[in-house]
Design a binder for this molecule. Structure first.
Ligand code: AMP
Ligand code: MG
Length: 412
């Protein structure tokens, strides 16, 4: 292997720098209904429209009181009752308590709420149960404790999930400003052996599984897949297919980047004047990965990946290197790839010269995420891949990752 190939970290850094440059483009914004916003990228921050909470809120059913009085364990007269949704009540008279429900405004003058379960009732009055004490502030969220009016709750660039939608709803955002266009990602599969999914392969042929897989990965990363007709391993056909893809925001080419006689992608890219950033990375699977920029006259260059055709190699290299660019083009501030932590259930072999990404399956047991390699016949084994939900990363130079060791995993 040529010593000049970048390692995983080096290639990832180069991609991250490229992503940062792409993120500087200012995309179009539009307003959409909150209920349609899941997965969209916020273009302007969501701010609190009033203090949160807007009134001191009881977090319990019980009795609002003065902590000092309650701690004396004397009987307190019940001065009133307040339910969630009622306007603030009070003031609380001296020597009294106010019945209160979870979510209701704490009456003026009260500084604590005794939980219902900690109250003794006698003669129509209440007192803090013997042996218990209460501190000022207990079971009350003060007005503005969560956020002040105008505070930023969700920054621009956030890909909206359920928690962000809840925060937006709480602030009265029935409409949300989001980035209008998802980046259009062209998917060009290449290979004489490929037939469409609905065809019966002849001997030596296989169905094109990368096109739908890459489309799914693109959608998952926040892009809009654009599947081009499959190109044969033919210089002319490849070049015209590449020309067709020039209007995309990002181009994924699958296959044809290895060292074989019919691996014609790199020469075709070279004929278009592509600036090659790397051709090969010290990773497995995915070593032949190509990353380049194709010139487009005065328009910005088209970033393009030549992904190795083996399905597991294509998936790994997409997640590691293409997903961050899709996210950046989508205006998302989420830095991909995102690794989680797991513990390896069984030994996995490493390599002295490569960072490995091993298809694995995770399970949650004894309070930790356990990752087990699925065991495959190599990076074309789709049956094994279908049993995997992540890649376990084995850093270069590690002879093996032993059972019980912590590991970084990349979710599929
Ligand atoms: P290549 O990168 O073109 O040398 O292809 C490597 C391996 O991946 C070969 O076994 C191909 O048949 C397989 N392959 C290439 N493209 C696809 C595809 N679109 N779907 C499924 N397998 C593919
Ligand atoms: Mg091929």
């Amino acid at each position: 292997m040529p010593a000049s190939l970048p390692g995983y970290a080096e290639a990832a850094t180069l991609i991250a720098e490229h992503a940062a440059r792409l993120a500087e483009r200012i995309p179009r914004s539009e307003e959409i209904g909150l209920e349609l916003s899941l997965g969209r990228v916020l273009s302007h921050p969501i701010r609190a429209d009033r203090d949160m909470p807007a009134f001191p809120r009881s977090t319990r059913d019980g009795f609002a009181c003065r902590a000092v009085e309650a701690n004396a364990h004397a009987l307190l007269a019940v001065a009133g009752s307040i339910r969630a949704g009622d306007p603030p009540a009070g003031p609380l008279p001296p020597g009294a308590a106010w019945e209160i429900m979870t979510g209701a405004a704490v009456p003026a003058g009260a500084d604590a709420v005794i939980m219902l379960e900690h109250v003794e009732v006698a003669e129509g009055k209440v007192r803090l149960a013997a042996g218990r004490s209460i501190e000022a502030g207990e079971n009350i969220v003060p007005a503005g404790a969560e956020a002040r009016a105008g505070d930023e709750l969700v920054p621009a660039g956030t890909r909206l999930g359920p928690a962000h939608i809840a925060a937006a709803a709480a602030c009265g955002c029935a409409l949300l400003p989001v980035i209008a266009d998802r980046p259009r990602v062209a998917i060009l599969t290449t290979g004489d052996e490929l037939v469409p999914v609905d065809a019966t392969p002849g001997l030596g042929q296989i169905r094109n599984s990368n096109a739908p897989m890459l489309a799914a990965l693109v959608t998952q990363a926040g892009g809009e897949p654009w599947i081009l007709p499959t190109a044969r391993d033919d210089a002319q056909q490849l070049e015209s297919a590449l020309l067709q893809a020039l209007t995309a925001d990002l181009l994924l080419i699958s296959g044809g980047v290895s060292a074989g006689k019919f691996d014609l992608v790199e020469p075709a890219l070279a004929r278009l004047g592509a600036r090659i950033h790397f051709t090969g990375v010290r990773i497995q699977p995915g070593k032949p990965l190509v990353f380049c920029e194709i010139p487009r006259g005065n328009a910005p260059t088209l970033p393009a990946f030549g992904l190795p055709g083996n399905p597991i190699s294509s998936a790994a290299t997409f997640l590691l290197f293409a997903a961050p660019l899709v996210a950046a083009l989508a205006g998302s501030n989420q830095k991909l790839p995102r690794f989680d932590q797991a513990v390896v259930a069984r030994d996995i072999k490493g390599r002295p010269d490569l960072t490995r990404f091993v298809p694995s399956t995770t399970a949650f047991a004894n309070g930790q995420t356990l990752a087990t390699a699925v065991g495959s016949q190599g990076s074309g084994d789709l049956a094994a891949f279908a049993r995997a939900d992540c890649f376990v990363m084995i850093p270069e130079g590690l002879d093996r990752l032993r059972a019980g060791s912590p590991a970084s995993i990349l979710r599929i």
